[in-house]
Design a protein around this ligand. Structure first.
Ligand code: PHE
Length: 468
């Protein structure tokens, strides 16, 4: 059986950007920003996207296209080692957790979309969200969302994912621009723009490591890196594409939509309710529903339908990429048909998602803490692999099909992903794990542990390489 591939360059870019653009931009980003000091968070977040996100994304693309295989087979075959194959299971696990909570939020979006279409009156947005967020109805909407996801993934790379994202991405962008223009004309919108321009330096100073962790996790989350998504999508690519060019385009598209989302959500909130709204996972739903409610009925309803339709499309174009990782694992590693893999996995997600839809504590832990840790660990593994196991091969893959700029930057890139980024990622990983376990350890100990681990990893990997 020949391995599938993308039909066109635009197809790959739109699918990868579709994976990146999602609830991370529209739902998790405003919530994380509000929780971590507003503009201070934004500055760190953008810095990390540029310095860690883009080179990290390129690391995943390089491994994926080099191997033409999903993460388990990619690491095992490229390193010619069963041990690396075992490590390659981490992204499969990560995606099981990711989609289990993501599908619940996707279900909330479908519910709010349906409410807007039916014109359900919501007088108390906060109480309404609390009553529908967790429980049997939430399970029902999660099931609907995961079934839609499965329906696309079962169609395969070209006829499922590529075809769907080619329609969804332009729709998302056009509709978002439309709402941003509408929102910008509401009286009072300017206060929303100002909100992001006032970094709270005192807050940043006293909570630097916490904000750094949250910003780092969110940067990986929004770019869909650390979960093997970009690796797997790149494994369906041909040799003639420039990975640096495509990767940069994907990151730019994602950041642009993120900024656009901010230009939609904040002016709407400031113009219609006068503040940045409530925080927590319900932020988007509660605040915006309240905002839509202040408009005259037809306008408010039309805006709500458009907005939640955008969010639903963005969520689906990401959830399909989460399902694709375990599907491709079963297809590539165990020879299953795509249909069988998708069906069995849907059964698994029906259950794991239901747990998240019933248990707010489980949901909160996975969505906030666990996902940050898993993505950070995953990206650390990929970058160490590309830097130390692939080494010169990674440079060759980075430059293949690319222009002169790629040849001039490839050396610096390898240095970054092999040494600097793993140090940063290990530090955030350790701090994050200690924080999650509620253990207070002075930062210099964490730095020491990071340096020690990195040294052992570098020496071990160098040794492994010279043995091969
Ligand atoms: N980037 C997606 C979003 O912003 C989420 C995602 C994370 C998708 C990791 C795949 C892998 O919604």
């Amino acid at each position: 059986m020949t391995r599938e591939s993308w039909g066109s360059r635009a197809g790959f870019i739109l699918a990868a950007a579709g994976s990146a653009v999602g609830l991370g931009n529209l739902w998790r980003f405003p919530w994380m920003t509000a929780e971590n000091g507003g503009a201070a968070f934004l500055v760190l977040y953008l810095g990390i996207i540029l310095l860690v996100g883009v080179p990290g994304l390129l690391g995943e693309l390089v491994i994926g296209r080099r191997a033409r295989n999903s993460p388990v087979g990619a690491l095992r075959d490229l390193a010619d080692s069963r041990g690396w194959g075992i490590v390659g299971h981490l992204p499969v696990l990560t995606n099981l957790f990711l989609l289990s909570f993501y599908s619940v939020v996707g279900g909330w979006v479908l519910r709010y979309l349906l409410d807007a279409i039916l014109g359900t009156p919501i007088t108390e947005p906060g109480a309404y969200f609390d009553s529908v967020a967790f429980g049997l109805e939430a399970v029902g909407f999660h099931v609907l969302f995961i079934l839609l996801t499965g329906l696309i993934v079962v169609g395969g790379i070209r006829r499922g994912i590529e075809r769907a994202t080619k329609l969804m991405m332009p729709a998302i962008i056009v509709l978002l621009v439309g709402i941003a223009i509408y929102a910008g004309q509401l009286p009072g919108a300017a206060a929303g723009y100002d909100f992001f321009l006032q970094p709270n330096i005192t807050y940043l100073r006293s909570n630097f490591v916490d904000v750094l962790l949250a910003a780092g996790g969110q940067a990986l989350f929004t770019l869909s890196i650390g979960a093997g998504t970009m690796l797997t999508y790149a494994s369906y690519l041909d040799d003639d594409r420039s990975l640096p060019a495509d990767g940069t385009t994907i990151a730019i598209l994602n950041t642009a939509v993120g900024v656009l989302a901010g230009l939609v959500v904040l002016p709407l909130l400031f113009a219609l309710v006068g503040n940045a709204g409530t925080s927590g996972p319900g932020a988007l739903f509660v605040s915006l529903t309240g905002a839509f409610g202040t408009l005259p009925a037809p306008a408010g309803r039309g805006l709500a339908i458009t907005f939640f339709a955008v969010v639903a499309l963005a969520a689906l174009s990401s959830s399909i990429s989460m399902l694709e990782i375990p599907v491709s694992f079963l297809v590539d590693e165990h020879g299953w048909t795509r249909r069988r893999a998708t069906t069995v996995l849907l059964g698994v997600f029906l259950l794991t998602g239901a747990v998240n839809a019933l248990e707010p504590a489980v949901f909160g832990f996975i969505a906030d803490t666990l996902v940050n840790l898993l993505l950070t660990a995953g990206l650390t593994v990929f970058l160490l692999f590309a830097g130390w196991v692939l080494g010169a091969d990674a440079i060759a893959e980075f430059e293949r099909g690319a222009g002169p700029l790629a040849r001039r930057t490839s050396g610096a890139w390898l240095l970054a992903i092999g040494i600097l980024l793993p140090l940063f990622l290990l530090f955030t990983l350790f701090s994050g794990a200690l924080g999650a376990a509620d253990v207070a350890v002075p930062h210099h100990w964490v730095i020491l542990a990071t340096a020690g681990t990195a040294l052992v990893a570098f020496l071990g990997l160098r040794h492994a390489r010279s043995v091969v």
